[in-house]
Design a protein around this ligand. Structure first.
Ligand code: HEM
Length: 361
């Protein structure tokens, strides 16, 4: 909690002048750099998962638009103060953007010239995602200050870093220089976004195609310690007898509690059921922490795709490790976020810098 309060204080204390804020960011960046990025060595550039010949780097906007990180920090902190759910929303947006055709802001497009259904309307992205407005606000401001300079893909990367920080994890340097893509197809969700009933093997395969490891898979799943989930994503686990013996059942007392929050899948209409959500972690819904892993070990995972991580020998080892070492998890989570931000990025002359994140130029 203290670092959360600290984060909000940093972003909102009007008495802090810009110099001090810059100093804070510089210091935390140096600290984070030495703690998180330096040990990564060669990996920092994103390796073969950077499409173009150019690599992302931390000082990308230093001369072009030096205020970008402050603009993003302020906008996300403001949105977070009025609705802390935006942090989870932005982190999930970033994950979905990066997993579908790379971190190219394809998820932000409202339409494309082909008229095909875009990514954001796919049920896998869900109409529940409300955080788009934060990106729109940042883009509108930054277009006034630095026209056609900062990509929507980079704004999303910065905004998710702020979200991670506001949710209590270390501030980390974001490598920038991504360009915005020209495609967005709802059909690209298939095979790219993991779904709740996926097997561990299938999840490993999806992550591997993004250059992410088994460890990254388990470490990133810890994002499910914040935010909300529709009951319909797991109600079959609490109401119906599972036939899949590979998935450990939910512990009975927790299932009984969830039944008081979630209606049976046999009751009500789909639309009614579509509205019911619960928090992933009701005890600290806005704090990224390793409670997620402790809960998995106690049989209190909501999503089948999370709980199944305990039943597989390869992933169980990592779940245990993360459950007993909160610092190790937070460091690894941040590193995995940086790594995810490098997936199949467009750089150099690829793509474009959109003026409006929702449409092509
Ligand atoms: C096996 C991989 C994953 C699966 C199957 C999965 C599935 C889901 C599902 C079904 C929800 C609930 C959506 C809803 O009910 O509207 C959700 C929420 C969420 N997921 Fe994942 N997810 C996965 C990995 C990740 C990763 C890698 C991240 C980020 C690093 C992430 C971040 C989140 C967040 C923050 C939420 C809460 C969103 C909100 O409250 O707005 N997930 N996920």
């Amino acid at each position: 909690m203290s670092s959360l309060v600290f984060a909000i204080a940093i972003h909102f204390d009007k008495s802090l002048n810009v110099k001090m804020r810059k100093c804070h960011v510089v210091l935390t960046t140096i600290f984070a750099f030495s703690m998180i990025v330096l040990p990564l060595g060669a990996f920092a550039g994103g390796g073969h998962h950077t499409n173009g010949s150019h690599h992302l780097h931390v000082k990308y906007y230093r001369d072009k638009c030096p205020q970008i990180e402050f603009v993003v920090a302020k906008a996300v902190a403001r949105a977070f103060a009025s609705d802390p759910n935006v942090a989870a929303g932005l982190i999930r947006l970033f994950f979905h953007d990066c997993f579908i055709t790379g971190c190219d802001a394809s998820i932000l497009l409202d339409s494309t010239p082909t008229g095909e259904p875009v990514e954001k309307i796919s049920p896998a992205n869900g109409k529940n995602v409300k955080a788009y407005y934060v990106i729109d606000e940042i883009k509108a401001q930054i277009e006034r200050e630095c026209p056609q300079t900062v990509s929507c893909a980079d704004i999303l990367a910065y905004a998710s870093r702020e979200s991670v920080f506001l949710s209590g994890l270390p501030y980390y340097p974001v490598q920038a220089g991504r360009r915005d893509g020209f495609t967005s197809r709802a059909s690209n969700i298939i095979g790219n976004i993991p779904f709740p009933t996926m097997s561990v093997d299938a999840m490993i395969e999806v992550y591997a195609r993004k250059g992410l490891t088994l460890k990254d898979l388990v470490v990133l799943a810890g994002a499910h310690s914040i935010g909300n989930i529709h009951c319909k994503m797991f109600d079959y686990r609490i109401y119906l007898n599972l036939t899949d013996t590979k998935v450990p059942p939910m512990v009975t007392s927790f299932a009984a509690y969830l039944k008081t929050k979630c209606p049976s899948p046999n009751l009500g209409t789909w639309e009614e059921r579509d509205k019911v959500i619960v928090q992933f972690d009701p005890f600290s819904p806005f704090r990224l922490d390793n409670t997620f892993y402790k809960n998995l070990l106690r049989g209190r995972g909501l999503l089948q795709s999370d709980q199944v991580l305990v039943s597989d020998r390869r992933t169980r080892r990592i779940v245990r490790d993360m459950a007993f070492n909160p610092e190790v998890w937070s460091r690894k989570f941040v590193r995995a976020m940086i790594k995810m931000g490098n997936v199949d990025v467009l750089t150099g002359n690829e793509g474009e810098i959109r003026r409006n994140c929702r449409i092509f130029n």
